[in-house]
Design a protein around this ligand. Structure first.
Ligand code: NAD
Length: 544
């Protein structure tokens, strides 16, 4: 739109979207239950969407409920290599107009999407996340509704802040910084475990004026499809985000070979990101510029407990931090270090809580946990539990039932060897491994925590002794990008705890912050001179 508004406009000040409780008797619960029932009775046909056009290839894959894997929720059509080329071309074309819109007009699309998501679309996106990714009502709520609303609203405000950052000028020279979108298109590749991440990986570069080819994970296709439809409903122009489901490796082969690839916005496992980075390195000569590589990857998140910690606070944080969403949060507590003098007490409290946890179909709201995402994950996690039975001690849990749904009990494993593989490797399931250390070896234990795994995503220290907190925060300075003191290491909130880790946990560009948005622009510095010199000679050259 032409610049008809005088002066600078301000996007509405963002506030975190309040979570609905879905407690018995609330209207939200009634609405969600009705949407769950209607969605379970449908079979959705999910197309590829390129340049606003729906495409159906006939080569499809099933979308099922992980907690009832015989139940088909829909089918998605898989893109061929030719479709991927079309999506890249559609992005390059759409970018021309989209990048010429003012930031405010682009932000308005995402602010409208956020408003729709928090109202009329809420139960649909939450229900799709529950059924397709096996999240409980509350876990789906904090992800698919609140976090995605927050990403879209806060990014609009952070983007505006970024644009306001301008260099110094004087009465003769006006210096300006223009935040241009990248030349080409951005490739967004999202993981299964957070609906919000898909909406942000595609949304953040688009907000900054880029066009995006979005490849969602096959195991979160239902919610991703509804997010795409929601963005279209909010007024996102065709081609700004193309929706390209299908085989990850073959889609990536075409995209990473494309001369217009300007950036990758990835969240998923370390191995996949490393593969993409290597491919980009090999293809460097083919691109018009250096693609921006932003990836948030794996974790082996820790809780380290000092002898001064409150045992009940530790036990609750460990149970919630390790087992909510079946331990499939990148931030989930996966290894814990407890002083021997406190271990029996903390263990007994945890075991009592874990025995109360119900695992099952997420439509039964009494369940605290649903199923793990698919057969591959079920086999991987049960393999780790078998290893725990042979080489360590399974204290509670360990049951795996895959016939109807991919159910794995919350599992606590104790090992006397701090280098045991369950204390080092990312498992991505409901398994918490514990090492009980000698109370006198607090400082040495911090060193073990720091060195044990190559990741550095999240971590927590529990202590009442302030000196212990200070020592842990210092010793573990590089061991986590999100560090918690007397709190569980999960549940980061947009605008409050910007999220991301270092080492092999990612590029740490902090999703939902200005740091992330900076990656999607390439600045142009413009100097305008109001008084250009008229003599080539400098004063020092004059005769004495
Ligand atoms: P994944 O790596 O298997 O898949 C992520 C995405 O990459 C999916 O869209 C997948 O289809 C795609 N993919 C798979 N193989 C590919 C290839 N060869 N080329 C290109 N794309 C490919 O991860 P996942 O199982 O969906 O998610 C779990 C992982 O994500 C865990 O490692 C977890 O720690 C990580 N994660 C990290 C964060 C974070 O913020 N650091 C957040 C969420 C998840």
């Amino acid at each position: 739109m032409p610049d008809v508004f005088a002066g600078r406009r301000r996007v509405p000040r963002p506030e975190n979207d309040p979570n609905l409780s879905y407690a018995p008797g609330t209207p939200a619960r009634t609405e969600l239950k009705a949407r769950l029932a209607s969605m379970a009775a449908e079979t959705v046909d999910i197309p590829i969407i390129i340049g606003g056009k729906e495409i159906r290839t006939g080569a499809t894959a099933k979308v099922v409920m992980p907690h009832k894997h015989g139940h088909v929720l829909g089918h998605f059509h898989k893109a061929t290599e030719e479709h991927v080329r079309q999506a890249a071309a559609a992005a390059v074309k759409a970018r021309r107009e989209w990048s010429s819109w003012s930031f405010d007009d682009r932000a308005a699309v995402f602010l409208r999407a956020a408003e729709l998501l928090t109202t009329t679309w809420r139960s649909t996106v939450v229900a799709a996340t529950m059924l397709g990714q096996s999240k409980t009502a509350f876990q789906a709520e904090i992800d698919a509704a609140s976090e995605l609303v927050d990403f879209w609203r806060f990014n609009a405000a952070f983007g505006q802040e970024l644009l306001a950052e301008q260099p110094d000028s004087s009465h003769t020279v006006w210096n300006q910084m223009e935040y241009r979108p990248l030349e080409g298109f951005v490739y967004a590749v999202s993981p299964f475990n957070f609906t919000a991440i898909g909406g942000n990986l595609a949304g953040a570069p688009a907000l900054m004026g880029n066009a995006v080819v979005w490849k969602p994970a096959s195991t979160s296709m239902l919610s991703a499809y509804y997010v795409m439809r929601l963005l279209e409903t909010a007024g996102l122009p065709p081609g700004v985000i193309s929706f390209v489901p299908g085989d990850a490796a073959s889609i990536s082969n075409v995209v990473l070979d494309h001369p217009d690839l300007a950036g990758i916005h990835f969240t998923g496992s370390t191995g996949v990101f490393n593969g993409m980075w290597q491919k980009v390195g090999q293809n460097l000569g083919k691109y018009r510029g250096y693609p921006r590589l932003v990836g948030e990857t794996g974790g082996k998140d820790f809780i380290v407990v000092h002898a001064s910690a409150d045992p009940q606070e530790v036990a609750v944080a460990a149970v919630r931090g390790a087992f909510e969403y079946q331990g499939q949060k990148c931030s989930a507590a996966s290894r814990m270090y407890v002083p021997k003098s406190r271990w029996n007490d903390i263990r007994d409290r945890m075991v009592a809580m874990m025995q109360e946890i119900k695992v099952g179909d997420v439509r039964d709201f009494r369940n605290f946990m649903g199923a793990v995402i698919d057969r591959k994950s079920f086999d991987k996690v049960s393999g780790y539990i078998d290893d725990g039975r042979k080489n360590a001690k399974v204290i509670v849990g360990g049951g795996c039932q895959g016939d109807e749904g991919y159910f794995i009990e919350p599992t606590l494993v104790e090992s006397a060897d701090p280098n045991y593989r369950l204390l080092c490797e990312e498992i991505f399931g409901p398994v918490l491994s514990v090492y009980a250390y000698d109370d006198a070896k607090w400082s040495e234990t911090l060193d073990i925590v720091d060195r044990t795994s190559p990741y550095a995503l999240t971590g927590a220290v529990f202590a009442r002794d302030r000196g212990a907190v200070i020592e842990a925060a210092s010793a573990l300075r590089n061991a986590a990008g999100n560090f918690y003191i007397n709190d569980k290491p999960t549940g980061a909130v947009v605008g409050q705890q910007p999220f991301g880790g270092a080492r092999v946990s990612g590029t740490n560009d902090k999703a939902g912050s200005k740091m992330n948005l900076i990656r999607w622009v390439s600045a142009r510095t413009v100097k305008e001179n109001f008084a250009p010199p008229t003599d080539f000679k400098y004063p020092y050259m004059a005769e004495e």
